[in-house]
Design a protein around this ligand. Structure first.
Ligand SMILES: C[S@@+](CC[C@H](N)C(=O)[O-])C[C@H]1O[C@@H](n2cnc3c(N)ncnc32)[C@H](O)[C@@H]1O
Length: 155
């Protein structure tokens, strides 16, 4: 993402007020008109760096949310939670530690799920799923989207 920082002004001049995910400083830096996530999909190392950074953010005190206690998850203690765009499952792992009978399904793009961790002996399941396609898990108690919607323009 730092590579994009140097091109923010260029992008704003080229596409004033654009909300298009293909018109970005990151795209200029990398000479691509793909979206950020499509570009990551074509580069295993970059995809891994990005998903590692999401896990790392859970360890930064300024960014870490005490989300386990900010919401009453106990009412879903035996329910199903789908973590949509859940990356490598850092959030899911925290929930699973606190709620061992909760079923947690982490969904993300295939390249993230493929290289994500597999937590042994937990109630976490990983599933490749594109959030722009119909949700395959029906009737879950919670569909959790954290740090997802800001990536996309309102349509
Ligand atoms: C900013 S990260 C947030 C990760 C995680 N929710 C967290 O709070 O740490 C955005 C996530 O959305 C995922 N994502 C992007 N496009 C997606 C898509 N079309 N379908 C599913 N996940 C997607 C990314 O791979 C990434 O893991």
């Amino acid at each position: 993402m730092w590579s994009g920082a140097a091109h923010v002004v260029d992008a704003m001049e080229k596409w004033p007020s654009s909300q298009e995910p293909t018109q970005t400083a990151y795209g200029l830096a990398h000479g691509t008109d793909l979206t950020f996530f499509e570009h990551l999909a074509g580069n295993e190392t970059k995809a891994k760096h990005f998903s590692d950074s999401m896990t790392f953010m859970q360890s930064a005190p300024e960014l870490r949310h005490d989300f386990v206690h900010e919401y009453d998850w106990s009412r879903h203690a035996r329910g199903t939670v789908v973590d949509v765009g859940g990356s490598k499952g850092a959030i899911a792992l925290k929930l699973a530690e606190n709620y061992p009978n909760m079923k947690i399904i982490v969904q993300d793009r295939a390249e993230i799920i493929t290289h994500g961790p597999r937590y042994a002996n937990t109630n976490i399941e990983f599933q490749a799923h594109d959030l722009f396609t119909p949700q395959p898990v029906k009737g879950a108690d919670v569909y959790f989207l954290r740090w997802i919607l800001h990536d996309w323009p309102a349509r």
